[in-house]
Design a protein around this ligand. Sequence first.
Ligand SMILES: Nc1ncnc2c1ncn2[C@@H]1O[C@H](COP(=O)(O)OP(=O)(O)OP(=O)(O)O)[C@@H](O)[C@H]1O
Length: 294
Amino acid sequence: MRIVHFIVNPIAGKGKSRITEHYLSTYFEKDHFSIVVKYSSYKGHATLLVQQSINEKAEIIVACGGDGTINEVASCLVNSEILLGIIPIGSGNGLARNLKIPKNLKKAIQLLKVQKVIPIDVGKINGDYFFSNLGFGFAANTILNFESTSQRRLLTYLRATLQSIKTFKNDTKYTIEINGKEAVLNPFLVFISNTNIMGYNFSITRKAILNDGFLDVVMIDRLNKFKILYLAFLVLLRCEHKIKEYSYHRVDNATIKIENQDMEIIFELDGELKRTNPVILHLEVLKESLKVIV
Ligand SMILES: Nc1ncnc2c1ncn2[C@@H]1O[C@H](COP(=O)(O)OP(=O)(O)OP(=O)(O)O)[C@@H](O)[C@H]1O
């Protein structure tokens, strides 16, 4: 008998999930599986639900949502024997796309029954885990604009990106120590990724490998508005590396010092906005420390 708990985010993606205990019982035979379905009611709630599920001896915990839900669920499973399952009903679904977990509900459920497991790397920034990506500068500003809207879909994300192009200022100084070298910049973007897809089908870290023990880092130094538009065009053509402000690194640890005396710093972590005061952030990789059903 396998004990499987599903943690469903009812607002992920278009907010129209069909996942109920009744629906799942038609796929998971009672003799072999004990199924529990829980719904998150607010941001951060999934983590509490998972902690309860761990006490209830769940062997597989399935995150039903996007990268934000996966983050809340998987953060409790790092370095544990409990398996993470994923039903990608989010908007961007970056990690699920990289793992080739289908958006089709029935097909995703079939994978959970077959239970092929792989270990993946986990990123850690100070106390927080991330599984997909972490972004400073323009990426964080876009998520700030995205979170102020009520819908979570591609069009809203593109609108938030356009708004960021209009308003983003490269005014924060970063000192980044990476592979023994120090870079000082007022970056347009610092993007750190475990996955080869950011979300939807966008990527600027196409070479990233989920279990190589490294994170892929794209740094783009200060850009003016014209160059931001040019960069957007280059990203669509998959040749963003052609601008001179661009650099690509692979790291297993880094230190990021952010100086901005008056304001708090924002960054995005697995597509969710985080706030911190100007600080030193330590980045590391926990190699193959999460077991995922793929
Ligand atoms: N009942 C709820 N009401 C409001 N917010 C919720 C609720 N349950 C979970 N959340 C929050 O919803 C946010 C978005 O979830 P998630 O990232 O899974 O979906 P998504 O944004 O549609 O997908 P993706 O990140 O892949 O684009 C998360 O921050 C999560 O904490």
